[in-house]
Design a protein around this ligand. Sequence first.
Ligand code: SAM
Ligand code: SF4
Length: 329
Amino acid sequence: MIDPFGRAVTYLRVSVTDRCDFRCVYCMSEHMNFLPKPELLTLEELDRVCSAFIHKGVRKLRLTGGEPLVRRDVMTLIKSLGRHLDIGALDELTLTTNGSQLARHAADLHAAGIRRINVSLDTLKPDLFAEITRWGRLPQVLDGIAAAKRAGLKIKINTVALKGVNEAEIPALIEWAHGEGHDITLIETMPMGDIDGDRTDQYLPLSAVRRTLATRWTLDEMHFRTGGPARYVRVKETGGRLGFITPLTHNFCESCNRVRLTCTGTLYMCLGQDDAADLRAAVRAGASDDRLSAAIDEAISRKPKGHDFIIDRDHNRPAVARHMSLTGG
Ligand code: SAM
Ligand code: SF4
């Protein structure tokens, strides 16, 4: 699949549910209306659409959400998708999770062929963790991360940098992650969906974080890429890898290789644009594999050049109305 700007689409992110057992302040409002079940693709429908993308050249598939591990029977889908790894049709099947259910699922994830996961963690302070996630509890997540490590999963920690919230703790988080043998990536807040607070209060440009970190440590540029938008440095003193995802301060669109499927079968060609294709309609109308493939091609032909994210005092409304939990980041 080649888009109009010559970019090969080889990476599919799939949000398997819009629901979550946390309510992170930058992601959701406290009172969310979730989708009614009939709107959601069944696990079989998700499998069919994912498999269609794999047949069309997707080599990397990431499950996300909402919280992917709270979808009922999600392991059935994960095990089924694992067949594409076995036959070499897929290079990587992976997952982004808040970690709350990892203790229960880590061994099964590894058995299904998953080798790397991303776990979101913004603080190691129990009180602050409860404040940021509203419903989450830190020990449960740390137990989950420990279980994943024991199961042999490689872990990358994702940390959203929040001004005046976890800002001062960022070096300690990096030291902890590297000490545990995990990579860590810092993420800027993106203006997606209505939340209860003001985003300009949360927004912390990573260019500033990086400057501060560079006064403490030696940050050696690396060419390492994981197929995602992060740029990496090696922290000489800890020996670990540190990534930066800076959608607002640095435009990563030109090398974008991905599209996003929501749990309702809506395909978004860009995280920061509203244009979408309804693949559920095709699937539920009984489309043949060829018709589904044609619907995907039509969507890819509309992939835009880039996003229009901007956060400043004049633009503190969301750039797109949907929450991150629908497309999964
Ligand atoms: N529930 C899982 C989790 O938290 O890892 C997967 C879904 S979550 C939407 C995926 C990632 O998006 C998380 O790392 C989260 O911190 C991040 N995220 C959510 N809302 C965001 C926002 N407005 N700006 C930047 N990152 C955001
Ligand atoms: Fe849930 Fe992840 Fe959003 Fe937090 S960031 S509310 S864990 S979906």
